[in-house]
Design a protein around this ligand. Structure first.
Ligand SMILES: [Fe+2]
Length: 263
C-alpha cells in the first residue's frame, strides 16, 4: 500500500535514502567500480520519480530534424544585463546579494565557449513566481528569478543575483529543498540541453533532501555545491561563490534526467 505523502515522515524518507545508498555501495563493490555518476531514474525516496521515470527504451530523436520545430535562443540576442537578476525591476530585490561565477568545461578540461546558460531560482524567501508555488512566503515585486548569459572564450560565466531561500515541496511531511539555483546548458543543439542544480556550502538540509541524495556517489553530490570565494566577494556589495561545471566524462556534473519536473 502506498503511504500518502503527508503521512510520510522525514525519518521514513531518510531510512529509504540510507537503504538505497547501502544497496548502491554493495552493487558497486560487487562490480568493482565506483558506480555511475547519475542517479537511478526511479529513486523511490524522491517520490514523483516512481510515476514519471521512463519504463521503455528512450526514443532516439534525429537531432537535425528536431531543430526545425524546437525552441531557439528567443527573439532577441542575450543582453549582458540578463546575467544580473537584481536589476530587472525598478527597485532592489530583498535578500543577500551574491555573485556566482565559474567555468563550463568539457571532460578534458577544455572551456565550453559561447554556451547559452539559463538559470531560474526562488527569491530570498524561498518563493517562485509560478502559479504552482502557493506556499505562504512573500513574492518580491523586484525579483523574477530568471536570467541567462553566454559563456566567454574561457568558458567562464558570472551572475549577480539574490541567494535563494529554502522552500517546502510536499514530497513528504515537512519536506524542504536546500537552497539552490537551477542551471540549463543549451549545447549547440536543443537535444544536447543539460539541466542541473547548484547548491550552497554547509546547507543543513543536504542530508534530508531526496533530490540531492538521489545522487548516490558522495563525490558527485559534492560537485553540485559551490565554494565560497573571497576573491569573488566585492566589498560593501556582494558575497561571492565559485562553481565550475564539467559537462562530460567521469568527473562530470550531475544533470537531471530529461523527464524531471525541476522542483
Ligand atoms: Fe527549485
Amino acid at each position: 500500500m502506498t503511504i500518502p505523502a503527508d503521512q510520510l515522515t522525514q525519518d521514513m524518507i531518510s531510512a529509504e535514502i540510507s537503504r538505497i545508498h547501502a544497496e548502491h555501495v554493495q552493487s558497486s563493490r560487487a562490480a568493482g567500480s565506483p558506480g555511475p555518476v547519475h542517479p537511478p531514474r526511479d529513486f523511490s525516496a524522491y517520490r514523483s520519480t516512481l510515476l514519471r521515470h521512463p519504463t521503455h527504451e528512450l526514443v532516439r530523436a534525429d537531432p537535425e530534424g528536431i531543430e526545425l520545430a524546437s525552441p531557439a535562443f528567443g527573439h532577441t540576442d542575450v543582453a549582458v544585463e540578463e546575467s544580473d537578476l537584481t536589476i530587472q525591476h525598478s527597485g532592489e530585490p530583498l535578500g543577500e546579494r551574491i555573485i556566482v561565477t565559474g567555468r563550463v568545461l568539457d571532460g578534458d578540461g577544455r572551456p565550453v565557449r559561447n554556451q547559452l546558460v539559463e538559470i531560474w531560482q526562488a527569491n530570498g524567501s524561498g518563493r517562485y513566481v509560478h502559479k504552482r508555488d502557493q506556499h505562504p512566503a512573500p513574492l518580491d515585486p523586484n525579483f523574477t528569478g530568471v536570467g541567462r548569459l553566454i559563456t566567454g572564450d574561457d568558458g567562464s560565466y558570472r551572475l549577480t543575483t539574490i541567494k535563494p531561500g529554502a522552500y517546502p515541496w510536499k514530497n513528504h511531511r515537512n519536506a524542504w529543498r536546500p537552497a539552490h539555483i537551477h542551471f540549463s546548458f543549451f549545447g549547440s543543439a536543443f537535444t544536447q540541453r543539460l539541466i542541473t542544480q547548484m547548491y550552497f556550502p554547509g546547507d543543513p538540509l543536504f542530508g534530508l533532501d531526496p533530490i540531492y541524495q538521489s545522487i548516490v556517489d558522495p563525490a558527485a553530490r559534492e560537485r553540485l555545491v559551490a565554494c565560497y570565494d573571497h576573491e569573488v566577494s566585492e566589498p560593501e556589495w556582494a558575497i561571492g561563490y565559485r562553481w565550475d561545471v564539467v559537462l562530460t566524462g567521469p568527473r562530470s556534473t550531475w544533470m537531471e534526467p530529461e523527464d524531471a519536473d525541476h522542483a
